[in-house]
Write a protein that binds this ligand. Structure first.
Ligand SMILES: Cc1ncc(COP(=O)(O)OP(=O)(O)O)c(N)n1
Ligand SMILES: Cc1ncsc1CCOP(=O)(O)O
Length: 524
């Protein structure tokens, strides 16, 4: 009988990565005590005799904890010690040969670095796939093979949903990014969930492998609990939505969140002043060295690609990563992401390193991220009348990226994948000043910070952030567009530049306004 394996926390061994003074079997036993559910013995340089010896002592400890053992590459060693099975890579014994030698009762896992390899392994009868490398790692040179969570998500989506094959991801997975990986790989539309995460250095290099494993196991379990918990019915009737919007906007001065912004050189000043006018505090920190210390203190981080440089990109990678670790809302404004290959690559790299809470862009930017070319870009601006079905565009991207998507334009469309809103507020003067979209990002980040600070959540361990960011995004857009409408009626506004000052002034008067009377919002 082939053993039923729990792949949740899959340890791949590496004796060369043990901390100085830590014995291999001691580390292995501690990791099993911490909750490793399956072990793969991976040895690359030793002779067959020594391999068999180490495999026997590894199996003795795995047996003590009732944990299956697989052998990397070497079918002969697996047969010699009669363990649960093997893991083979693309340049190892072919799956059909491994199956013939091992028989029907042994487990065979196959590495899959792309969709074709995954489908071939599935058709060939592999028991599970090791999908990767997700990220770079010092354990092995995978520099040409990094696929990011989005690459693994594409592999999962391509598999036959009825096949019994199991899946794990591997490569650079650690307790500080495992939630981000799980959220990024799991695609709502595929019926397929990851069965586990395969880890080498996060466990093996730790002086406390038991603790390291417990951390990983807790996060994997928390993610699953969260996925399996039926969410509270989402607020979607318009009165409740607008009540919540007012609550969020009115709470900004009380909470006074610190809003970190990696802004662009054109609009940073307006963004900082808008943050103050809304009742929050701006901090414009965009160098790598600031990110770790600053992140625990912020309410939200806004990453705006407007004038992104190589140095700023490194800060964006780090800041976003810390935001996921510290469960801070992360708002991504992919300015002109489709305009050049540098921007396309940067957008892709950022989204593969961290998981945004909200993506906000104009039609061309949302189209570029969605892989659609129905709407094109001219510099930072969108060209033409927009998408035929904007609801579908935002809903699909929100589902794919598992975040809120805000598409700004004459009408704005906002979706969290389930609920979709259309906002028809605003004023044409907003289109005559530079950076009104960037300032919208500021307002969304501010409202998301408040939503996250004011809403407790029992299931927060498995989440990357808490709060209803769909409603917070509506609040951010309404705050800006209604202040623009009010500013446009002022006698002292004579054109775009006087409008700009009046607009920022009016952001600080929103508590005096009955937003529900001025809002033109539909929620579907
Ligand atoms: C679970 C898991 N997935 C992938 C691999 C990589 O295996 P392979 O491609 O054979 O590379 P090496 O491990 O031999 O370097 C794995 N070992 N485990
Ligand atoms: C064996 C292997 N195959 C793809 S990445 C990898 C190593 C993963 O190591 P780590 O978990 O330390 O990043």
């Amino acid at each position: 009988m082939r053993s039923e394996i729990d792949y949740s926390v899959y340890l791949v061994t590496a004796r060369d990565l043990l901390p100085v003074g830590k014995h291999y079997l001691e580390s292995l036993e501690e990791s099993l005590q911490g909750g490793v559910t399956v072990v793969q013995l991976r040895e690359k340089t030793i002779d067959t005799g020594e391999f068999i010896q180490i495999a026997q002592s590894t199996k003795a400890i795995c047996d003590k904890y009732n944990t299956p053992l697989l052998i990397n590459d070497r079918i002969d060693v697996a047969l010699a010690i009669d363990c649960a099975g093997v893991h083979v890579g693309q340049s190892d014994a072919p799956l059909a040969v491994a199956r013939r030698l091992l028989g029907p009762n042994k487990v065979i896992g196959v590495s899959a670095g792309n969709i074709d390899q995954a489908i071939a392994a599935q058709k060939g009868g592999a028991d599970y796939l090791g999908i990767g490398a997700i990220y770079g790692t010092q354990t092995k040179d995978v520099s040409n093979k990094i696929m990011g969570p989005a690459g693994a998500r594409a592999v999962l989506a391509a598999l036959d949903p009825h096949s019994p094959i199991k899946t794990v991801v591997i490569g650079g997975i650690k307790s500080d990014n495992v939630l981000r990986v799980l959220h990024g790989v799991h695609f709502r539309d595929t019926k397929r969930y990851l069965d586990g995460v395969a880890v080498v250095s996060d466990i093996v290099s730790s002086p406390r492998p038991r603790k390291a494993t417990e951390n990983l196991a807790r996060l994997v379990q928390a993610f699953r609990n969260n996925e399996n918990t039926k969410p509270e019915p989402a607020i979607n009737d318009i009165d409740s939505v607008l009540n919540k919007v007012s609550e969020i906007i009115n709470a900004i001065p009380d909470q006074s969140p610190l809003i970190q912004q990696m802004a662009n050189i054109v609009t940073a000043n307006d963004q900082a002043n808008a943050t103050l006018a809304l009742g929050a505090s701006p901090v414009m920190a965009a160098v790598v060295g600031d990110q770790k210390d600053l992140n625990p203190h912020i309410g939200a981080l806004l990453i705006n690609m407007g004038t992104v440089s190589d140095e700023q990109k490194r800060a964006m990678l780090a800041g976003g990563r810390y935001s996921n670790i510290n469960k801070k809302p992360l708002i991504f404004d992919p300015v002109a992401v489709g305009a050049t290959s540098f921007r396309r690559e940067t957008g892709k790299e950022l989204l593969s390193h961290w998981h945004p809470t909200v993506i906000k862009g104009n039609a061309a930017e949302i189209g570029a991220l969605s892989g659609l070319n129905e709407v094109t870009t001219k510099g930072v601006d969108s060209v033409g009348p927009g998408f035929k079905d904007p609801y579908l565009v935002v809903r699909s991207l929100a589902n794919r990226e598992r975040c809120v998507v805000v598409m700004t334009g004459k009408d704005d469309y906002i979706s969290d994948g389930e609920r979709t809103a259309k906002i028809s507020n605003g004023h044409q003067l907003l289109g005559q000043i530079t950076g009104s979209g960037c300032v919208t990002g500021t307002a969304i980040a501010t409202c998301c910070a408040v939503a996250s600070m004011t809403e407790g959540d029992m299931n927060k361990d498995g989440k990357l952030t808490t709060g209803d960011h769909f409603i917070a995004s509506i609040a951010g857009v309404l705050a800006l567009e209604i202040s623009a409408e009010i500013a446009s009626t002022r006698n002292d506004v004579r054109g775009p530049n006087t409008f700009r000052s009046a607009w920022i002034d009016e952001m600080s008067n929103l508590d005096k306004i009955d937003l529900s009377k001025m809002s033109r919002v539909i929620v579907a």
